[in-house]
Design a binder for this molecule. Sequence first.
Ligand code: FAD
Length: 394
Amino acid sequence: MSSQPVSAPDSATAEPLTIMGAGLVGSLLSLFLARRGHQVDVYERRADMRRGGAVEGRSINLALSDRGWRALEAVGIGDEIRQVAIPMYRRVMHDVHGNLSFQPYGKDNQAIYSVSRAGLNRTLLTLAEAEPRIRLHFNQQLTSLDPRHRRLELRDTVTGQEQELAFRRLFGTDGAFSAVRSALQKTERYNYSQSYLDYGYKELNIEPGPDGEWLLEKNALHIWPRGQYMMIALPNLDGSFNCTLFFPYEGKHSFASLQTPAQVQAFFEEIFPDVVPLMPELTDEYFRNPTGSLVTIRCFPWAFDDDVLLLGDASHAIVPFYGQGMNAGFEDCTVLNELMEQLGDDWPAIFSQFQQQRKPNADAMAELAVYNFEEMRDRVGDPRFLLQKKIESK
Ligand code: FAD
């Protein structure tokens, strides 16, 4: 966390750059590129999330860890984000009788941090907007991309109006179902795979106490490991927790088996008894909130010549059990920035070295993420595992 904030080089010739997708990775990337002296145009399909309206999408809060912090520090916004981040120093496991056990995340108060996805994205957008070199364009959906001729088509999601644009260099940060990647998939010898778990996820909520207090230990990540499935909870600044139930689609205990409010209530009372009194809206939320799917996406190459480059989930979407999807996307930005620092305007070398460096790391992360699911849902509740962790932490 020690790197100096990026400052713009004396580069009057820096090229205008295009970013597709102003999610977590795209908005952070825009800051890195602008601070290296580039004019940056960012296009985003959704409306500006800072102008009200519900935020569609995945988990409400996220675990931010060291590789993510390093990127935020590198653009000089670590302090701003720390104001809205809650340190989680340990895992707290809840067994079926409500008994608790604990595993520290490290020695010397090491922690991972709970942050609001929307809050973090809004902050990044506000910082991007304050940069004179960045222009944000909302309600602009990429509908077509011709990487060979460096042309793209956008549709205004409000008016339906279409426009065609030429670009010099395009960064695809448009997420797991990336339209930029879809276009690359049609180029020659493109490798792509997607693999879904037989598990989905459902978000639920623990409300704050009457005085706005946290009803579970605040500075911890809570886990209810249950062998074939599990629930986790991360704290929010307002005293609430967001819970995520990771659950099979089919089987005895599954989304398919819970069809009525009475079934949901009875299941939670039996399996997660200590949390039921903290979830007054349980059955309403269970049926109101969508069931999300869990996918691993691998592809290669990430670059098309030195014209198009994929970063973040667009190139490496992983399942969330290692809490590293966003963190890895932020690390993409750090590595790209280091390569720009070393290689100046040699974009062919920057794109090529970026994908060579990052691909093995992304693949390793994808495997660890699936492995960690087995550990969290199953082994963290095992007394032998707890003993081993206790010994390791000494
Ligand atoms: P996204 O966040 O998906 O952003 C993509 C952006 O592109 C969006 O704004 C979208 O509107 C826009 N877009 C899409 N298509 C187009 C188009 N055609 N034209 C224009 N714009 C477009 N990661 C962690 O590090 N820690 C965690 O604790 C964690 N928990 C998670 C929990 C769950 C349940 C899930 C599902 C994921 C979790 N992740 C976590 C992963 C994390 O959410 C992703 O890795 C991260 O959001 C990736 O950021 P991104 O900017 O690459 O993509």
